[in-house]
Design a protein around this ligand. Structure first.
Ligand code: B16
Ligand code: MG
Length: 211
């Protein structure tokens, strides 16, 4: 293994509560029921696909494509305002130090995120320079579980897929890694699903997997 590709939301940093608050505000405005359990289904899923999941509970007339775009833009505006509260303190010392040590050991590191806000988030938390490449929602046409975001990340790192491992907190992301011919490492509650044999109890366990 020469390259490690990290999902952003749920792996490097947690923006889950901001996604929840922003979607909740949009759902409330439209009179749609929305809760934490539905929010959980949005992990790793693109913005427009997330909207479709929320609209499953919508009782009104079906939305046109432009109305959907408008609602998604409304959500993103609220989300970006909330992201504005993020600072480098939102990254744990464990994450920061582990990334640095992996680099010291010679691994090439990339971000592989479905988010179109990935670069904004990385800038807010002061981690842009911790990665050799960033592949995100801005450079893909198909989102996870399609492997495109990780295939592009490996390309940007100039490494073949089989020399890359992906760290993920969502089922869609783990499937995407496998479909891209990469190893998948699970972190967080998704470990319970036993989708992969490699897992991290805590982020710094990466230092045992990558000597
Ligand atoms: P945006 P990841 C994903 O990021 C989030 O997990 C998912 O909840 C979100 O809908 C998606 O990004 C798109 O985000 O609206 O900012 O483009 O986990 O792939 O880093
Ligand atoms: Mg994630």
């Amino acid at each position: 293994m020469k390259g490690i590709i990290f999902d952003l939301d749920g792996v490097i940093v947690s923006t889950d509560q901001y996604h929840f608050q922003a979607w909740k505000q949009m759902a409330d405005n439209m009179g749609i029921y929305f809760d934490e359990e539905i929010n959980h289904r949005l992990r790793g899923v693109s913005r427009m696909e997330s909207l479709d999941i929320i609209l499953e509970r919508y009782q009104g007339t079906a939305l046109s494509e432009s109305e959907k775009e408008q609602r998604a833009a409304e959500k993103n505006q609220t989300y970006k305002e909330l992201l504005g509260n993020m600072t480098p303190d939102d990254v744990t010392a464990e994450v920061r130090e582990t990334l640095q040590e992996l680099r010291n050991r010679g691994y090439r590191l990339a971000i592989g995120s479905s988010s179109k806000n990935a670069k904004f988030i990385l800038a807010r938390i002061g981690l842009t320079d911790a990665f050799d490449a960033i592949s995100d929602g801005e450079n893909i046409s198909n989102s996870k579980p399609d492997p495109e975001v990780f295939v592009k990340a490996a390309e940007y790192l100039q490494l073949p897929a089989e020399e890359c491992a992906v760290v993920e907190d969502a089922e869609a992301g783990i499937q995407a890694a496998f479909r891209g011919g990469m190893k998948a490492i699970a972190i967080g509650s998704i470990r319970e699903a036993k989708l992969t044999e490699l897992e991290l109890v805590t982020f710094s366990d990466l230092l045992r997997i990558f000597p």
